[in-house]
Design a binder for this molecule. Structure first.
Ligand code: T3D
Length: 266
């Protein structure tokens, strides 16, 4: 097995990034953050990548912050308390911002437990597909923290305030099938089918007009803060931009010619 903390493997237009600290359920150290950020930056800059899949090595997806990491481990008695905002602003905030600005769709293939920032890492992706044995835990309250990595923003928007508060305040393990039932994730599949389902969705997305898909993500997120009139204006501005791009011309030409389109914009 590779020593890398994030393993990148490319299959045609699909890049899979595997978090690789299985002995600690792929919890985040500063080094793993740096490798993930570098891999996402490289993917964003690579025209050959049209979809990214994030997954975990071993039996977990990601157990959030590595609680033994010196950056966050509680200080010894008599020493000044750690300022956890340093880890947040140095690592987690840029990670969420990177995911939300990726020029291609991102799928989380959740192969096992996703806890704390690991759960919210998955929820920041465009699609979450989870194996039957996977689970989601807003573990923050268990250790006296609030949901971070965008959890306070994401949870009520995805599942509503009542469920957001229940998940965040109780910190219970939510099985993947229940996560699908309440609309927290896209799909729960048999464990054995997870990699194949993620790969086939990734290939499907990669063949689509990914520039429009990335704009769709931003528009749907941005519209949550807008009035209807503002959203209508935003949609008009986006159609103006996309309507003069290659993919629109190709999509309409392919429709007219009754052939499959070949989308290349990014
Ligand atoms: O702190 C800041 O900078 C602020 C940012 C916070 C972001 C956050 O993510 S806060 C939340 C941090 N995460 C957690 O609190 C989750 C802690 N982990 C667990 O509660 C459990 O491990 C799980 C429920 C996720 C899984 O339980 P289980 O029974 O399947 O596995 P386990 O035996 O607890 O864990 C397996 C190993 O992974 C174990 O190591 P060992 O004993 O075999 O050597 C365990 O210590 C290690 N591990 C799991 N999670 C973490 C971890 N090691 C370090 N940090 C972890 N987060």
């Amino acid at each position: 097995m590779s020593d890398a903390l994030v393993i990148a493997s490319q299959d045609g237009p699909v890049l899979t990034l595997t978090l690789n600290r299985p002995a600690a359920l792929n919890s985040f150290t500063g080094a793993m953050h740096e490798q993930l950020r570098a891999a996402l930056e490289a993917a964003a800059a690579d025209a050959g990548v049209r979809c990214v899949v994030l997954t975990g090595a071993g039996r977990g997806f990601c157990a959030g912050q590595d609680l033994a990491d010196p950056m966050v481990a509680p200080a010894a008695p008599g020493e000044p308390a750690r300022d956890l905002s340093v880890a947040i602003t140095t690592h987690y905030t840029p990670l969420v911002q990177r995911l939300k600005s990726m020029p291609v769709p991102v799928i989380a293939a959740v192969n096992g437990v996703a806890a704390g920032a690991g759960a919210n890492l998955a929820l920041n992706c465009d699609f979450v597909i989870a194996g039957q044995s996977a689970s989601f835990i807003q573990a923050f309250a268990r250790i006296g923290l609030v949901p971070d990595t965008g959890g306070t923003w994401l949870l009520p928007r995805i599942v509503g305030r009542a469920r957001a508060l229940g998940l965040a305040m109780l910190g219970d393990k939510l099985p993947a099938a229940e996560a699908e039932r309440i609309g927290l994730i896209w799909k729960c599949v048999d464990d054995a089918a997870l990699a194949g389902e993620a790969a086939s969705l990734a290939l499907r997305l990669a063949a689509m007009p990914v520039k429009a898909l990335a704009a769709t993500r931003a528009a749907i997120d941005d519209a949550q803060q807008l009035t209807l009139d503002e959203a209508l204006a935003m949609e008009a501005a986006l159609q103006s931009q996309l309507g003069s791009a290659h993919d629109y011309l190709e999509g309409v030409a392919a429709f007219g010619a009754k052939r499959a389109p070949v989308f290349t914009d990014r």
